[in-house]
Design a binder for this molecule. Structure first.
Ligand SMILES: Nc1ncnc2c1ncn2[C@@H]1O[C@H](COP(=O)(O)OP(=O)(O)O)[C@@H](O)[C@H]1O
Ligand SMILES: [Mg+2]
Length: 253
C-alpha cells in the first residue's frame, strides 16, 4: 500500500494529468491502484468519467465522518478505483482548521480501510497547502511533484521544498520526494534550461523521464479518458508509461 501524494502548491503544472495517467498505467499493469481526488475542483473525477451527483457520496463524506474510505471507492475502469471529490470538499478547510488531529485524518482512514491493499494509492492534491494537502502529504510515503517547464514553476520548487522540510519535522521522518518535469517542449531553450537547473537543485530526486507538451494529454480528459485509452500510440502515453516504470524501479510505487 505505497501512498503517493501528487502535490505542488502551484496550479496548472500537471498534478491531475499525472495522477490520471499514472493511475491508468498502474491499472493496465495489473497493480490495482486506488486514486483519491482531494481537490474540490474534482478534475480527476471528471477526467475519469465520474459524473457528479448520482446520489453517491464523495470523499467529503469521509471528512464529515459519515463513511469509511473503503465505502467510497468506485471502480471507474477495469482495475482502476477512484474515490471521487465534489465541490463541498472546499468546506473541510474551514471546518477543521490545521490542528494536528485535523491533518492526520486521511492517514488514519487509509490505514483503516486499505491496510491490506497491495496496490498503490495516489492522491491528487489541490494547489494550496491547506488542510487537504496537509492531510495528503502527511498520509504519503512519497510525494511526487510535477513541475511544468516554465520559470514561475521553477520558483515553486524552492517554496515547496521549504514547506516539506517543515512537515518533515512535524511527522518526525523524511518525506521522500521525486520531481517530474511536465509540459516539456524540446523546441524551447527554456525547457532545457529548466530541466538542467532542476537537475542541479534536486539531483537524484529529479525523474529522468520528462513529460512533453502534447495535444493528446490535454484532449483525453475531455473525453473522460486517460491517455492510454485515448491514443495509446502517442508520445504522452509512452512517457507516462516510462514514468511509471522509473518510479517503480526506485521503489516509489
Ligand atoms: N503534458 C501536457 N501536455 C499538454 N497539456 C497538458 C499537459 N499536462 C497538463 N496539461 C493540461 O494543462 C492543464 C492543467 O493541467 P492539470 O493536470 O489539470 O494541472 P494541475 O492539476 O496541476 O492544476 C489541463 O488542461 C491539462 O489538460
Ligand atoms: Mg488538478
Amino acid at each position: 500500500m505505497p501512498v503517493v501524494a501528487v502535490f505542488n502548491q502551484k496550479g496548472g503544472v500537471g498534478k491531475t494529468t499525472t495522477t490520471l495517467n499514472l493511475s491508468a498505467a498502474l491499472a493496465r499493469e495489473g497493480l490495482q491502484p486506488i486514486a483519491i481526488d482531494l481537490d474540490p475542483q474534482s478534475h480527476l473525477s471528471w477526467s475519469l468519467g465520474y459524473q457528479g451527483g448520482q446520489g453517491r457520496p464523495t470523499v467529503s463524506a469521509f471528512f464529515r465522518e459519515e463513511a469509511t474510505l473503503r465505502a467510497l471507492v468506485q471502480e471507474v475502469q477495469t482495475g482502476l478505483r477512484l474515490i471521487p471529490a465534489s465541490l463541498d470538499l472546499a468546506k473541510v478547510d474551514a471546518l477543521f482548521g490545521k490542528s494536528a488531529a485535523a491533518t492526520t485524518r486521511l492517514r488514519a482512514g487509509i490505514v483503516a480501510s486499505f491496510r491490506d491493499e497491495p496496490g498503490p494509492i495516489l492522491i491528487d492534491c489541490c494547489p494550496m497547502l491547506g488542510v487537504l494537502s496537509l492531510n495528503a502529504v502527511l498520509a504519503a510515503d512519497h510525494v511526487l511533484v510535477p513541475v511544468s517547464a516554465d520559470f514561475l514553476s521553477m520558483q515553486s520548487v524552492h517554496k515547496l521544498d521549504a514547506a516539506l522540510r517543515v512537515l518533515e519535522k512535524a511527522r518526525g521522518r523524511p518525506i521522500p520526494r521525486k520531481v517530474v518535469v511536465t509540459r516539456f517542449d524540446a523546441r524551447r531553450r527554456l525547457s532545457h534550461d529548466i530541466f538542467a537547473q532542476l537537475k542541479s537543485y534536486c539531483g537524484a530526486d529529479l525523474c529522468e523521464t520528462r513529460i512533453g507538451e502534447t495535444v493528446a494529454l490535454a484532449e483525453s480528459p475531455v473525453a473522460g479518458q486517460d491517455v492510454f485509452a485515448h491514443d495509446p500510440a502517442c508520445t504522452g502515453a509512452r512517457e507516462y508509461w516510462a514514468l511509471m516504470e522509473e518510479l517503480a524501479q526506485c521503489g516509489f510505487l
